[in-house]
Design a protein around this ligand. Structure first.
Ligand SMILES: Cc1cc2nc3c(=O)[nH]c(=O)nc-3n(C[C@H](O)[C@H](O)[C@H](O)COP(=O)(O)OP(=O)(O)OC[C@H]3O[C@@H](n4cnc5c(N)ncnc54)[C@H](O)[C@@H]3O)c2cc1C
Length: 382
């Protein structure tokens, strides 16, 4: 497919591919096994300015948008989705700030995030508030000079590794989710600690932890936008970030297709390469069709996000659902093409299959997102 990439887009895509190939590939299996954060590779992404690809140049970034972020995320995911999600969540953790923060807040944080001096994370989910995000209980009680934060956030990517956290908490409990606000919280804040590192099925090179707040003071100047804006800003954030989950899925699927194709050409059974059997070659053909369709939808949606169009909730949900379902099927099929060795850790496809599952779950499960799409359809006239 011809996507007419600009010079910047070609450059960031190539740089991400080189870093993933040269720096992550040698560490991939070990970090997956030991469940360790790919700090040296994240540093490499910072040193080459890829960490700030979506941040405007005036704050030290490369001035790209959702599409450039997707291109980098896809290339990283082709090698390791655990690395890619650690990278992508850095953007998720700073996007509300980027879109709604004051000039002073942006100057205070964005240059450090762009340079990789500070890593970011985003925390909405709680034990009783997953799909039902409106049920959060974490409170930010107003005091003289700011807020006192109390509560526990669950399953937070980059938890403990990040230096700055966007926390969604209730500043007005009586109003429920309408009383939620977004606060920037530094790692060093008193009373802010981390729960145990979760042991996961996939994306094991990314770190997932609880965030625990016990009477943690947050200064007033760390409130983003206004009190009560937390939920609408979060929904808007997810509309912008879901193509990025689609890009993770596309990268994963690309890696799986390449691995399966290579293997099918060199594995002989019945005196011939297994790719010569129609059952195998048609499986590869279906994998390629799903992958290209997913990539086309993700790229078009990311470009729509960057185009200034106001409402892209439905399209964004479609890109995430379609690409993640495609990646799940493609990685399952890749294991099938490999046969027995596909099930072993000596080959990468079992990891890709484990990694693909999460793309159907986070940033809105595919069930919830089908509701979002259906609700968009009800309002649409063709
Ligand atoms: C590895 C990992 C990393 C994560 N990173 C972050 C992060 O950085 N920040 C953050 O805030 N959160 C993060 N999350 C949380 C993630 O977004 C939630 O897990 C996800 O939204 C689903 O919520 P839940 O796990 O509570 O599932 P539940 O909401 O309990 O859902 C369980 C099942 O019920 C279904 N279901 C629930 N309600 C409905 C409904 N109304 N209609 C149909 N089906 C329904 C769901 O689709 C799902 O199949 C992460 C999660 C994981 C596993």
């Amino acid at each position: 497919m011809e996507y007419s990439l600009t010079e910047l887009q070609k450059t960031v895509k190539q740089m991400a591919r080189t870093i993933a190939q040269d720096k992550m590939l040698p560490l991939r299996a070990e970090l997956d096994q030991k469940e360790e954060f790919p700090r040296s590779v994240i540093q490499e992404l910072a040193d080459t300015d890829l960490l700030g690809v979506y941040i405007p140049e005036k704050y030290g970034g490369l001035g790209g948008g959702c599409f450039e972020l997707c291109l980098v995320t896809e290339e990283l995911s082709r090698i390791c989705a655990g690395l890619a999600v650690s990278y992508a969540v850095n953007a998720l953790g700073s996007m509300i700030l980027l879109e709604y923060g004051s000039e002073e807040q942006k100057q205070r944080y964005l240059p450090d995030i762009a340079r990789g001096k500070k890593l970011a994370a985003f925390a909405l989910t709680e034990e009783s508030a997953g799909s039902d995000a409106g049920a959060i209980k974490t409170t930010a009680t107003r005091m003289d000079n700011g807020y006192i934060l109390n509560g526990t956030k669950q399953f937070i990517t980059n938890g403990g590794e990040a230096d700055i956290y966007t926390i969604i908490a209730l500043t007005d409990k009586e109003r429920g989710i309408r009383g939620a606000s977004a606060l920037l919280v530094d790692k060093e804040t008193p009373g802010f600690t981390f729960g145990r590192k979760e042991k996961k099925l996939g994306i094991r090179a990314s770190i997932t932890r609880e965030l625990i707040f016990e009477d943690s003071p947050v200064p007033l100047e760390n409130l983003i936008s206004k009190e009560g804006m937390g939920f609408p800003m979060t929904m808007r954030l997810f509309d912008r970030s879901r193509p990025g989950i689609g890009a993770q899925a596309v990268g994963l699927a690309q890696g799986a297709l390449e691995a399966a194709l290579d293997y099918a050409k060199q594995r002989n059974q019945f005196g011939q390469p297994i790719i010569s059997f129609q059952a195998v070659s048609h499986m590869l053909a279906d994998m390629a069709i799903r992958l290209e369709a997913a990539r086309a939808l993700v790229y078009t949606t990311a470009r729509t996000v960057d185009s200034g169009t106001k409402n892209f909730s439905t399209e964004s949900a479609m890109a995430k659902v379609f690409a993640s379902d495609a990646a799940m099927q493609i990685t399952i099929d890749a294991v099938q093409v490999f046969g027995g060795v596909g099930y072993m850790q000596d080959y990468p496809v079992e990891k890709m299959m484990r990694d693909a599952k999460i793309t159907q779950i986070y940033e809105g499960t595919n069930q919830i997102l089908r509701d979002v799409i259906a609700s968009g359809l009800r309002k649409k006239t063709f």
